[in-house]
Design a protein around this ligand. Structure first.
Ligand SMILES: C[S@@+](CC[C@H](N)C(=O)[O-])C[C@H]1O[C@@H](n2cnc3c(N)ncnc32)[C@H](O)[C@@H]1O
Length: 262
């Protein structure tokens, strides 16, 4: 595949010297191929029974396959999972590696991966369906709206896996462990619900510790700035996401904070 992409690029460069129009055409073909791929993933998501989406932030209506409006707030366990098991969220789930791995390891809990990017989520949702993981589902929305989709005490835990660190100070409130987000999570968490942050980013790690020390009701249970330098304290930490694998490959240290907010 890599060789294929390389030869197409080389071909484009070669043509672009004397044949500008052909070069433009080749670029268009490559970009249409990419878009088609994305579009077909979106089409898949719209037909998947384990995916819920919200398209319009101004009208936070969830839609499930095949395009049916549904009210899930307070009803996830009974209505989607058909049980009364605990619900654990993975925020910024990307391709959903944690959601899938946890659902496979802990059949007595329900897991919901949340992200805004459908083309990434497609991977986790497809794998969950292929493996028959009835305790895994996905919610495509902006996390800013997450409190609109879960009822009081409906959620028993949250994993936040390698979220964007938003390093500029002016963007601090976009960090998924900022007060703005913690307040939203508080509205639907059960007392004693654990929140887990895994990150490679030292700024986000320190920011989270600092935020928690000033956030009413927050309690830090465990924190470590280099979890793989010693035997893992919790087995669930061994699962690796796409971004984690990339960070490890370039020698970054993986950090973890386990906390609760009551
Ligand atoms: C760095 S990626 C990490 C993905 C995955 N957890 C991993 O480790 O491979 C961050 C993810 O957060 C998602 N994201 C960032 N801000 C978001 C928001 N406000 N609402 C929903 N998703 C968001 C992005 O779409 C992206 O998939």
């Amino acid at each position: 595949m890599q060789r294929y992409v390389f030869s197409l690029t080389a071909l484009t460069l070669q043509f672009s010297c004397g044949y500008g129009a052909i070069s433009v055409l080749l670029h268009s073909i490559i970009s249409i191929m990419g878009k088609k791929n994305k579009l077909s993933k979106f089409a898949d998501l719209h037909s998947y029974s384990n995916v819920y989406e919200n398209f319009d932030p101004k009208h936070p209506q969830l839609v499930s396959a095949p395009g049916v409006a549904v009210e899930m707030k307070g009803n996830w366990a009974g209505q989607h999972f058909g049980n009364n098991q605990d619900i654990i969220l993975e925020l910024a789930c990307g391709r959903g590696e944690y959601t899938v791995a946890l659902a496979q390891a802990y059949a007595s809990q329900n897991f919901i991966g949340v992200d805004v990017k459908g083309a990434r989520m497609w991977q986790g949702a497809s794998i969950a369906l292929e493996r028959g993981l009835a305790n895994a589902a996905f919610l495509r929305t902006r996390i800013e709206q997450i409190d609109l989709f879960f009822g009081r005490e409906e959620v028993s835990g949250i994993w936040i896996t390698f979220p964007d660190p938003f390093l500029r100070e002016s963007k601090e409130s976009k960090r998924l462990t900022s007060e703005r987000f913690l307040t939203r999570y508080k509205s639907f968490l059960r007392p004693g619900a654990l929140i887990h942050l895994k990150t490679d980013d030292p700024t986000l790690y320190q920011f989270t510790l600092d935020t928690l020390s000033g956030f009413e009701g927050a309690e830090i249970i465990y924190f470590d700035d280099d979890i793989y330098s010693k035997p893992l304290p919790f087995q669930e930490l061994e699962y690796k996401t796409y971004y984690e694998t990339a960070h490890l490959a370039v020698g970054r240290k993986i950090k973890y904070i386990r906390f609760l907010i009551t």
